[in-house]
Design a binder for this molecule. Structure first.
Ligand code: SF4
Length: 307
């Protein structure tokens, strides 16, 4: 429900989100004349975030990081959203990937397949180098808006309405002291506001339907989450489901694993994986501990290169 019962009485979640955005708009404008930097993925939470930003009347630009591994239906929705926003005078930028500055692909655009070779391992549930390189880019120096919600996962329960995110730590709070901390730390990391953090999935759908917002058609086909295909965060089962729906993606991953193995062997690196299928099996089903052990060995052996 979009009404929350608190010790101070009923709170309208929509109004609370709008108030938060209005309150911090001066800071967003102080940091950049375009105001907030809204990170957009094409998923339902992003669409909710977008609608809330529009409804609050704050100044912002929206940004989608091109990953190359989102479902085509999602990309279609993003492009349609971009056109609709343009009619309202709001910009949605399709941000191209960064360029490798080191390694075998130096000078070329980053994508999942090259990252796998470059990092000499597949991404896993605990080692998500692709998120860093492909998804969580942009917004440096700006006040960012995200559609992060507590309801999405237990891990996200630690996220707060306002955060300063650096590579290794997260500072936050929504009380007065915390706000001061937030402002004092502005120069140290990425500044983030999560306006719908306390919204449930039910709230999101209630709001989107009430406002007659367009959303990615995959939700009507039974998908409850939309994002990168073959994402390790979905675990082996989630990956399997993606590969059934999009068999070509499994082939792209296998092809990348073959290239990765050949690259490693060409450097004289002995691998426990003998084939591309071994790599996929390990990525999908190895325990977190096994995957962490591999990563620790990687760092010792090669001393980490920049991605
Ligand atoms: S595949 Fe998963 S872990 Fe990798 S960038 Fe996409 S969301 Fe992040």
């Amino acid at each position: 429900m979009l009404i929350e019962n608190t010790m101070f009485g009923e709170v309208n979640k929509i109004q609370k989100s709008i108030d938060l955005l209005k309150e911090f708009e001066p800071m967003a404008l102080k940091l950049h004349p375009d105001g907030y930097y809204l990170t957009y993925s094409g998923g339902k939470d992003s669409d909710t975030d977008l609608q809330i930003a529009i409804e609050s009347g704050v100044k912002f630009t929206a940004h989608y990081n091109i990953t190359g591994i989102d479902p085509k239906e999602c990309v279609v929705h993003i492009k349609e959203t971009r056109s609709r926003l343009a009619e309202k005078g709001i910009l949605l930028f399709l941000e191209p990937p960064d360029i490798f500055t080191t390694g075998p692909f130096k000078g070329l655009k980053k994508n999942m397949w090259r990252l796998i070779v470059h990092k000499m391992m597949p991404p896993t549930r605990i080692i998500r180098f692709c998120c860093d390189a492909l998804k969580e880019r942009g917004g440096a120096g700006r006040l960012c808006l995200t559609g992060v919600r507590w309801d999405e996962s237990t891990k996200r329960k630690s996220r707060k309405p306002m955060e300063v995110i650096s590579r290794n730590r997260r500072l936050f709070n929504d009380n007065e002291n915390g706000r001061m901390q937030f402002e004092n730390c502005m120069q140290k990391g990425k500044r983030v506001i999560n306006p719908i953090i306390n919204w449930t999935t039910f709230d999101v759908w209630e709001y989107l339907k009430d406002r007659k917002c367009q959303y990615c058609k995959l939700y009507d086909k039974g998908f409850d989450r939309i994002g990168c295909l073959g994402c390790p965060m979905g675990g082996g089962k989630g990956m399997e489901e993606d590969f059934i729906q999009y068999p070509y993606v499994k082939e792209l991953y296998l092809n990348a694993y073959q290239n990765m193995l050949e690259y490693m062997w060409s450097r004289g690196i002995v691998t426990t994986w003998r084939t591309k299928y071994d790599v996929l099996e390990w990525q999908m089903w190895a325990s977190d501990k096994e995957q962490q052990n591999y990563m620790d060995g990687q760092i010792d052996m090669f001393s980490e290169e920049e991605i």
